[in-house]
Design a protein around this ligand. Structure first.
Ligand code: COA
Ligand code: AMP
Length: 633
C-alpha cells in the first residue's frame, strides 16, 4: 500500500528542485528557466526565477496550437438565470484576446492592477485571463463583500481599471453591484481611471459618464491583443484574504510557479487530463475559484464548468448531480458545507438516482474541516472516492491531499491524507520544537514552500514576515493547529488565530469586532465562531454596552447585525449576538475567547488559571441560554 506514492514522495524529498524541474517541462515557457530555485534571500524564495512565461498562453493559446481548438474550454451553467453556454478553446482565445485589447485600450499594461468585482459569469474568467495575457495583475473581489471591504482592496491594490457587472443573482434577491461599487470608489482614496461594466438583463446599471464604459460596446471596438512574456516571479494576481485584523492580506501569486504547480496538480491530485470535464463548485472570488475554476483545468486542457447556482434551491438538492451528469464531469470539487446543505434536504440522496453519474470518478472536498458524516454520506451515496484535501489562499493549492493520479491511499476520516511531495509538514509546540505524533501543535511547512505558494503580501514584506515567518524561523506558519498520526497523515483541527470558517468562507472575527466596537453604544466586544450544523461555524458577538445605555438590547443587536452586513457584507453571516455585563478576561486583560467558545458550544472546559473573576462565566452561560445556546442542550 502506498508504494508508488512513497517512491514519488521520497524521490521528491531527496531532490525537490529536480522534481519541480521535471514538472516545469510540462508548461510552455517563452524563456526556459535556467535556475530552478533562488534561495539566496530567505524567507523569500523564487521558483524558476529567470524563466519568462505567459499564463494566458498556457491556459488558452497553447491548446489551440496543439489541436484542441474545437474542444469546450468552458461550460457555463446557470440555473439561477436558466441559461447555458459553451465556449471552445478557439472561441475563448478570440474572446480573451479582444478583452485584453479592450483593457489595454484603457491604458492598462504590464504590472498594472485590475480589480474584478463580478458574479459567476464567463466574463469573469475571460477578464482574469485577459489580464494575464497582457501582464496586468488581477485582483478579484468576491461579490458577497460590501462596499467598505471593496474600498479597502481598491486602496491597497490601486487598480487603474475595474471590471464589473450590473448584478449578481442570489436565490432570494438580485444584488445590484453598481451602487456598491460606486460607494466603494467614493470611499476609497485611490480612484480607478475607468470602470467597464457588463450589463445583465436582470438589473441595468446607471453609468457615470466619462468613467464608466459598457463592456459590450468596448469589446465591439477592441483590437485583439497578444500574449506578452512576463517574468516567472511577476505576480499573476493579488487575492485578498482575511487576516487577524479588519485589513485583509493581499496574497501575491507568482506566475511561473503557479502554472507549473497547478498543471501538476490536475494530473497528480485530481487525476484529470486534457479533454476531461472538471468542475469546482466555488466562486471566482475565492482561491478555489482562481485555481480550480479558472487556471488549473485550463492549464491542463480540461473543460471547466462555471456554475452560477447553489447546491440547493436552484431548483433542488439534485442540482449538483444534474450538472455532473449533463456535462459528464469526471471530478468535482466543493466545500463540505455544500454537501451538508444537500444532505439536509435529501438525506437519503434519493435525487442522485435520477442522474447518470457513470462518468463521475471523484468527489473532492476542501475549504473547511470535513466532518466524518459528510465524508461517509458522499462515499455511500455517490459511490466514488471522496477526497478531503487541505489548503489555503496562501498556498494556492493542496498542502496535503490524497493524490489520485499517483496512487490512491487509504482514506482516514478526518484527515486530508499526506503532505504533497516536497511539502515538509511538521507540527511544532510554542517553543518551536517538534511534538510527538498524535500531539496537537502549530502546523508549519519547512521552507521553501512548494511552487505556486504565495511569494509575499502585496507591497508589504513586513506583514508577510510577521504573519507567516517570524514565529517559527525557517518555517511557514499555516495558522492551523493539528497533528500528524503514526503514518504521517495530517489532521487539521482548528485555527490558531482569529479566523473562522463560515460555510467554507474564511472570515476574520477581528474584522467583525472592529465593526461592533465602532457602534456608539458598545464599550467592548468579542466575536467568535460557534458550531453550526450547516455552515460548520457561524460568528457570534458578545457585547458589553457603555454604562448609562438604556436602550432595548434587541434594538442594539439588530443594529449590530445590520452594521456587519453593511460594512463587511452578507457573506459574514453575522446574525447572532448577546449582550453581557462583562467579558471574562485573564488578569492581564486578555479576553478568554476560547473559554467563551466552549461554553457556547456546550463543551467541557477547564477553569482558566488566570481568570480574573470566574463568576463572569456563569453570566455568559446565562446570557447564552436566553438565545438557546448551547444548541445541544
Ligand atoms: N453576492 C452577494 N451575496 C452573496 C454572495 C454573492 N456572491 N454569496 C453569498 N451571498 C449572501 C447570501 O445571499 C446570504 O445572504 P442572506 O444573509 O441574505 O441570506 C449570505 O451571503 C450568506 O451566504 P452563504 O454563506 O452562501 O449562505 P447561504 O445560506 O446562502 O448558503 C450554502 C449556504 C452552504 C448553500 C452556501 O454557503 C454554499 O454553497 N457554500 C459552498 C461554499 C463554497 O463554495 N466555498 C468555497 C470554497 S470550496
Ligand atoms: P481559505 O484561505 O479561505 O482557503 O481557508 C483556508 C483555511 O480553511 C485553512 O487554513 C483551514 O483552516 C481551513 N481548511 C481548508 N481546507 C481544509 C481541510 N481540508 N481540512 C481542514 N481545514 C481546512
Amino acid at each position: 500500500m502506498a508504494q508508488r506514492f512513497n517512491e514519488v514522495a521520497a524521490q521528491a524529498h531527496k531532490d525537490p528542485q529536480g522534481f519541480w524541474q521535471e514538472a516545469a517541462k510540462d508548461v510552455i515557457w517563452m524563456d526556459e528557466p535556467k535556475t530552478i530555485l533562488d534561495d539566496t534571500n530567505p524567507p523569500f524564495y523564487h521558483w524558476f526565477p529567470d524563466g519568462t512565461i505567459n499564463g494566458c498562453y498556457n491556459a488558452v493559446d497553447r491548446h489551440v496550437v496543439e489541436g484542441r481548438g474545437d474542444q469546450n474550454a468552458i461550460i457555463y451553467d446557470s440555473p439561477i438565470t436558466d441559461s447555458k453556454r459553451t465556449i471552445t478553446y478557439r472561441e475563448l482565445q478570440d474572446e480573451v484576446a479582444r478583452c485584453a485589447g479592450m483593457i489595454a485600450a484603457h491604458g492598462v499594461g504590464y504590472g498594472d492592477r485590475v480589480i474584478l468585482y463580478m458574479p459567476m459569469v464567463p466574463s469573469a474568467v475571460i477578464g482574469m485571463l485577459a489580464c494575464a495575457r497582457i501582464g496586468a495583475i488581477h485582483s478579484v473581489v468576491f461579490g458577497g463583500f460590501a462596499s467598505a471591504e471593496l474600498a479597502k482592496r481598491i486602496d491597497d491594490a490601486k487598480p487603474k481599471l475595474i471590471l464589473t457587472a450590473s448584478c449578481g443573482i442570489e436565490p432570494s434577491r438580485i444584488v445590484s453591484y453598481k451602487p456598491l461599487l460606486d460607494e466603494a470608489i467614493e470611499m476609497a482614496a485611490h480612484k480607478p481611471d475607468a470602470v467597464i461594466l457588463e450589463q445583465r438583463p436582470q438589473a441595468i446599471a446607471e453609468m457615470i459618464a466619462g468613467r464608466d464604459f459598457d463592456w459590450a460596446d468596448e469589446i465591439g471596438k477592441a483590437e485583439p491583443a497578444d500574449c506578452v512574456p512576463v517574468r516567472s516571479g511577476d505576480p499573476a494576481y493579488i487575492l485578498y484574504t482575511s487576516g487577524t485584523t479588519g485589513m485583509p492580506k493581499g496574497v501575491v501569486r507568482p506566475t511561473g510557479a503557479h502554472i507549473v504547480a497547478l498543471k501538476w496538480s490536475m494530473k497528480n491530485i485530481y487525476d484529470c487530463t486534457a479533454g476531461d470535464v472538471y468542475w469546482a463548485a466555488s466562486d471566482v472570488g475565492w482561491v478555489v475559484g482562481h485555481s480550480y475554476i479558472t487556471y488549473a483545468p485550463l492549464f491542463e486542457g480540461c473543460t471547466t464548468v462555471i456554475y452560477e447556482g447553489k447546491p440547493v434551491g436552484t431548483p433542488d438538492a439534485g442540482a449538483f448531480w444534474r450538472v455532473i451528469a449533463e456535462h459528464k464531469v469526471r471530478a468535482m470539487f466543493t466545500a463540505p458545507t455544500a454537501i451538508r446543505a444537500v444532505k439536509k434536504e435529501d438525506p437519503d440522496g434519493a435525487l442522485i438516482a435520477d442522474y447518470d453519474l457513470s462518468h463521475f470518478k471523484y468527489q473532492f472536498l476542501a475549504g473547511e474541516r470535513c466532518d466524518p458524516d459528510t465524508l461517509a454520506w458522499c462515499e455511500e451515496k455517490l459511490g466514488v472516492p471522496t477526497i478531503d484535501h487541505w489548503w489555503q489562499t496562501e498556498t494556492g493549492w493542496s498542502i496535503a491531499a490524497n493524490c489520485m493520479g499517483i496512487e490512491p491511499l487509504p482514506v482516514k476520516s478526518g484527515s486530508p491524507t499526506l503532505p504533497i511531495p516536497t511539502c515538509d509538514v511538521q507540527v511544532l509546540d510554542e517553543g518551536g520544537k517538534q511534538v510527538a505524533n498524535g500531539e496537537i501543535g502549530s502546523i508549519v511547512v519547512k521552507l521553501p514552500l512548494p511552487p505556486g505558494s504565495l511569494s509575499g503580501l502585496w507591497q508589504n514584506d513586513a506583514r508577510f514576515i510577521e504573519a507567516y515567518m517570524a514565529d517559527f524561523p525557517g518555517y511557514y506558519k499555516t495558522g492551523d493547529a493539528g497533528y500528524l498520526d503514526e503514518d504521517g497523515y495530517v489532521y487539521v483541527m482548528s485555527r490558531t488565530d482569529d479566523i473562522i470558517n463560515v460555510a467554507g468562507h474564511r472570515l476574520s472575527t477581528g474584522g467583525m469586532e472592529e465593526v461592533l466596537a465602532a457602534h456608539k453604544d458598545v464599550a467592548e466586544c468579542a466575536v467568535l465562531g460557534v458550531d453550526d450544523a450547516l455552515k460548520g461555524q457561524v460568528p457570534m458577538g458578545f457585547v458589553v454596552l457603555k454604562s448609562g445605555v438604556s436602550r432595548a438590547g434587541d434594538e442594539i443587536i439588530k443594529e449590530l447585525v445590520a452594521d456587519v452586513r453593511e460594512k463587511i457584507g452578507p457573506v459574514a453571516a453575522f446574525k447572532l449576538a448577546v449582550i453581557v455585563a462583562r467579558l471574562p478576561k485573564t488578569r492581564s486583560g486578555k479576553i478568554l475567547r476560547g473559554t467563551i467558545q466552549k461554553i457556547a458550544n456546550g463543551q467541557e472546559f477547564a477553569m482558566p488559571a488566570t481568570i480574573d473573576d470566574p463568576v463572569i462565566l456563569d453570566e455568559i452561560a446565562d446570557a447564552l441560554s436566553h438565545i438557546g445556546y448551547p444548541l445541544s442542550q
